[in-house]
Design a binder for this molecule. Structure first.
Ligand SMILES: CCCCC/C=C/C(=O)SCCNC(=O)CCNC(=O)[C@H](O)C(C)(C)COP(=O)(O)OP(=O)(O)OC[C@H]1O[C@@H](n2cnc3c(N)ncnc32)[C@H](O)[C@@H]1OP(=O)(O)O
Ligand code: NDP
Length: 283
């Protein structure tokens, strides 16, 4: 059995299950794969670059778990089909799919070209659909399963600078709910996890500093999220713990989307009100 340093879930929570995690060479995908392996799941690791996936696989194996690398691109049906066949051959089953792979670039809406908009829709919405459709066709229509989509807080709020991905992620949420309604009869549960601002290496790929990310982050808990904040919820939903949950959209955002704008406490405190007017308030 795999060793876990600080287990949150029982080491046999996912025993006997096979999970495919997309984007598992880094960030939240890697954290999810590692923790699922710690819960007894056998892992299929999917992303475009093999090297980071092999690193994740090595980390899992070093702790006594079972992991298998299936390189591919969620936008490319041929690589998805090849991955499903390899999983069938290697494990003979697939019980859990985590659609975590994705990404976009920051741009003001007026600077987003049609081609750029479409590229982000392909990477985040169409890719997730293709993976889900293939997993259902190959495995889940027969024996049920669980699908978790990693989206963003954008199904609940506007996110300026991210119009294309807001459209894509809100699309994923709508798709997830409709599939949940249609596929319940096959024993397939589908849910979304919507992360707030999560401190992963990916944030470093944007042209803004970590200090600027801190400023953009509006969590009421006064910190950024961690990859493990997200993996815990993914596992809850994917495993039998979430066995009666389907069609849900769970926000793991430290309260980032609670903000309504004005803080009435400032209005009844002249000092805070003056601070707010000067722009040096707590926000
Ligand atoms: C929801 C937001 C929450 C806030 C925090 C979010 C954090 C994260 O999401 S972490 C992820 C960090 N981001 C990344 O890792 C980068 C992800 N981006 C990509 O992988 C790619 O840029 C792509 C998939 C979105 C597009 O790639 P591809 O399909 O290969 O398309 P092209 O490179 O051919 O570009 C097509 C077209 O798209 C426009 N474009 C692409 N990149 C940029 C850019 N960096 N800036 C501006 N525009 C871009 C552009 O119009 C391209 O067409 P051409 O101009 O003809 O090249
Ligand atoms: N960090 C944050 O604050 C937030 C992140 N998110 C989203 O959560 C998810 C995980 O984010 P995070 O861990 O931070 O980011 P990472 O960039 O570390 O992880 C994304 C992974 O997805 C893989 N990937 C990207 N596009 C494709 C593709 N077309 N096919 C297969 N694999 C792909 C990448 O690997 P490779 O390049 O090898 O393919 C990469 O390892 C992403 O969808 C992200 O957009 C949402 C809200 C906030």
């Amino acid at each position: 059995m795999i060793s876990q340093t600080h287990p949150r879930y029982a080491p046999d929570l996912m025993a006997g299950q096979v999970a495919l995690v997309t984007g598992s060479g880094s960030g939240m995908g890697r954290a999810t794969a590692l923790e699922m392996a710690g819960c007894g799941a056998r892992l299929a690791l999917f992303a475009r670059r093999s090297e980071p996936l092999e690193e994740t696989a090595e980390m899992i194996r070093a702790r006594g778990g079972d992991a298998f690398v299936v390189p591919g691109d969620t936008r490319d049906e041929d690589t998805i089909e090849a991955a499903m066949l390899k999983i069938k051959d290697h494990y003979g089953q697939l019980d859990v799919l985590v659609n975590n792979a994705g990404g976009q670039y920051i741009a003001a809406a007026r600077d987003i070209t049609n081609k750029g908009f479409e590229a982000v829709i392909r990477n985040n919405l169409i890719g997730s659909w293709q993976m889900t459709r293939a997993a259902a066709d190959h495995f889940m229509f027969e024996r049920g399963g669980s699908v978790v989509f990693v989206t963003a807080i954008s199904a609940r709020t506007a996110l300026t600078g991210f119009t294309h991905t807001v459209a894509a992620r809100a699309g994923v949420t709508g798709m997830m709910k409709t599939l949940a309604a249609e596929w319940g009869e096959y024993g397939i549960r589908l849910n979304c996890v919507a992360p707030g601002t999560i401190k992963t290496d990916a944030l470093g790929r944007y042209p803004i500093t970590s200090e600027q990310w801190q400023m953009l982050n509006r969590s009421v808990l006064n910190r950024m999220g961690t990859a493990e904040d997200i993996s815990g919820m993914i596992i809850y939903l994917a495993s039998r713990l979430g066995g009666f949950i389907t069609g849900e959209d769970v926000y793991v955002d430290g309260g980032e989307t609670l903000h309504l704008g004005h803080d009435a406490r400032d209005m009844i405190n002249p000092e805070l009100f003056e601070q707010r007017k000067r722009g040096d308030g707590k926000e």
